[in-house]
Design a binder for this molecule. Structure first.
Ligand SMILES: [Zn+2]
Length: 214
């Protein structure tokens, strides 16, 4: 699910070199886990792992936007947010497609792989939480990091429960249900991001259309 926005993550501390280094580290962790969960999800035949990868993608995008785009003008920021929302939407549809595919073939995901990768994902999110907590900047910022991490941990635990359910029932249903829920949440998040980004883009257009008074 979509986490803290880039602005709330890196509002005023964004310029500090130490905070930028932490942003680079959490960007690498989230980017790496996105790739790892996509590949593991395909190898294990688990749609839930691929759905969990979506959140790592969203978070990696936020940290990348904080690092590269936040200082740029409103139009660039709106454009970056739009690309992120559109990518999340496409990934969400792809996960739903994977669910339909696995249901049609009645495939059963490999539960041990789900358990191991789900645990690694949980640890990765906890490490990011600890790193970001050291840079909390006011109550609002702290709160957004908390909400963000709590949602990530809930998603990781859902994947672990799905692994347990697959193991216990010998069917793919726990995986399909968890993956569908996470994909729908991601699609809702993507729709909100696209709507906000479109509005920001339009207001940036209006601002740039105002003639400069000399
Ligand atoms: Zn997240």
């Amino acid at each position: 699910m979509p986490c803290c926005s880039a602005d709330s993550c890196a509002s005023s501390t964004g310029s500090s070199p130490r905070f930028r280094r932490v942003l680079w580290i959490v960007l690498a962790i989230n980017g790496g886990m996105f790739a790892a969960e996509i590949v593991a999800g395909m190898l294990a035949g688990s749609a839930a792992l691929q759905a969990d990868a979506l959140d790592f993608f969203a978070d990696a995008s936020n940290y990348a936007i904080s690092l590269f785009v936040l200082g740029m003008n409103l139009k660039w920021r709106a454009g970056a947010a739009w690309i992120k929302g559109a990518s999340m939407g496409l990934f969400g549809l792809w996960v739903l497609g994977a669910v339909v595919w696995h249901m049609a073939y009645g495939s059963v995901p490999h539960a041990p792989t789900m358990g191991v990768i789900g645990t690694v994902a949980l640890l990765a999110n906890l490490i990011c939480l600890i790193l970001l907590m050291a840079f909390r900047d006011g109550d609002a910022n702290m709160r957004s990091v908390w909400i963000c991490s709590r949602n990530d941990v809930i998603a990781n635990v859902a994947v672990l429960l799905a692994a347990l359910g697959v193991f216990g029932t010998g069917t793919g249903w726990p995986d399909f249900i968890v993956a569908s829920l996470m994909a729908v949440l991601a699609l809702q998040g993507a729709a909100t991001i696209l709507r906000d980004a479109t509005r920001e883009w339009r207001s940036a257009e209006r601002l740039s259309a105002v003639p400069v008074l000399r």
